[in-house]
Design a protein around this ligand. Structure first.
Ligand code: MLT
Length: 272
């Protein structure tokens, strides 16, 4: 299949005409639905857009996005360029970008490559460093397994590991949501994204060059991108860390109220 490289852009809230939109980038291996709770809780009248990253939700697969945009893949850079091309194609010229985990890797690449579009940056439950060798090898092994089995079964265990210790015990509904969302993704998209994440560079230095308002947020029980990783990003950006209680890696579904409050504060600072 060929594509023009445009990604699925979901308008979750219409907002005030002329306001700077909040653009939400989901984590792996999910899609824009992980942002619905937070979107409902945002106070005021913000414009909220959510992207399905390449190979997830209803977006074209990464290989096709890379080919259409003339990019090298699998890579986080192709994902960031796809987001930028999609926003420009929709006539959007300034955005506050918020990315969780893989979405955060994409948000950092977006800040590096499309700074002209960036009015604010939120990094949630993510890290600016590259993978250690063992983590990279594990990603490539999972990518191979997903393709060999033609199934997302090798990543289905993330329905529990993405959650914090509290949610694992008290929120079986969230395990069910994650199982559904992960099960809806395609093996090719999952494999491509694992290879893209494995190839990503350290972008801590990129954060030191960011001049727009910024936010770093992390679940206090996040074992995948722990509070120490948030501290590194906040130090580079020169901002505080918001620590979300009773939440692991999936702060927007585990404890959406403080996430919505923090994003709303950033939007306000960025003129949204
Ligand atoms: C995610 O939530 O996007 C993943 O945990 C990212 C990763 O595997 O590094």
């Amino acid at each position: 299949m060929t594509t023009d490289g445009m990604l699925a852009l979901h308008r979750l809230r219409a907002g005030r005409p002329g306001s700077v939109p909040l653009v939400l980038l989901h984590g792996f291996p999910l899609d824009h639905r992980m942002w619905l709770d937070v979107t409902d809780l945002l106070p005021g009248d913000p414009t909220v857009l959510a992207v399905d990253l390449p190979g997830f939700g209803v977006s074209p697969i990464g290989e096709d996005v890379a080919e259409a945009l003339g990019g090298q893949g699998p890579s986080i850079e192709v994902m960031a360029d796809g987001v930028a091309a999609t926003l420009r194609g929709a006539g959007v010229t300034r955005v506050v970008v918020a990315g969780l985990s893989m979405g955060g890797y994409v948000a950092m690449a977006f800040a590096e490559r499309h700074a002209d579009l960036l009015a604010g940056l939120a990094l949630l439950d993510t890290r600016s460093g590259a993978d250690a060798d063992a983590a990279r090898d594990n990603r490539l092994r999972i990518a191979d397994a997903v393709l060999a089995e033609d199934s997302v079964e090798p990543v289905l265990g993330m329905r529990t590991t993405l959650l914090g210790a509290t949610s694992r015990v008290t929120r079986p509904d969230l395990v069910e949501h994650l199982e559904t969302w992960i099960g809806d993704q395609g093996p090719r998209g999952v494999a491509w994204a694992q290879r893209a994440m494995a190839a990503r560079p350290d972008r801590t230095a990129v954060l030191r060059e960011v001049t727009c308002p910024a936010l770093v947020l992390v679940g206090e029980q996040d074992e995948i991108a722990p509070p120490e990783a948030a501290g590194v990003m906040a130090e580079a950006l020169g901002c505080e860390v918001v620590v979300v209680p009773r939440a692991g890696h999936m702060t927007p579904i585990e404890n959406p109220e403080p996430v919505a409050a923090a994003l709303s504060g950033l939007l306000h600072r960025a003129g949204g």
